[in-house]
Design a protein around this ligand. Sequence first.
Ligand SMILES: [Zn+2]
Length: 244
Amino acid sequence: MPKKRKTRRRRRRGGLGRLLRPLSVLLTAVAVVAALTMFFKVSTVEVTGSSRYQAGEVAAASGVELGDNLVLLDKYHIAQRIYTELPYVTEARINRKFPSTLVLDVTETSAVASIQGAGGYWLLNAGEKLLEVVDETGAQDYLRITGLEAVNPAVSARLDGGMDPLDLLREALGEFELEVLDTAPVEYRCYCSRERVSRALISMGKKDLTELIAEQGQAELTCQFCDQVYRFSREELETLLAEM
Ligand SMILES: [Zn+2]
């Protein structure tokens, strides 16, 4: 439960009151971020560890452009883009070399076997990861796996093509008799509410809440999942305190 976790963390640090930092700290942080943003821009992308792919291909797959901010780059997303674009890459480490170099260090895998499937022969590495589809000539150097058929080798591509998840399930489960008991719409939403935030405030305990009212006179809590801001006036906080 999101709120609970948040509250616990706050209590460990000694109450919400002490968390709401002075404005001067905030201003310093803004200045530091501004400085980082101004000074550290990517001017070189270095690629190491690749042999199948050209350095330029790896750099392009990363989605990073010259002039992007070196500090604010999202390493996780860069690695994900490389994995998606370049299937032979099994590991991508993203490092910053200040002031202006981004280093992409990749580990590549190689094909060891092929399996016949939709559209030709799929090459697989030792970990059975599907690497690419080739024609028969391209597959002849590799161990051929027979008796198995790659029925549905690329789920994401099928979904892109507008295939219904239920159709995919039917195809994957083939001979099993799939019975749909119920369906429900899927959506992204947060379960935070004013009531939950109130409970979080109450769980701070009388002492901390009293302190918070004395020091801040009000409270502003932001849900760390959806960024919804909940404001409590002094009167509302005092009502909560009275209920405890
Ligand atoms: Zn929320």
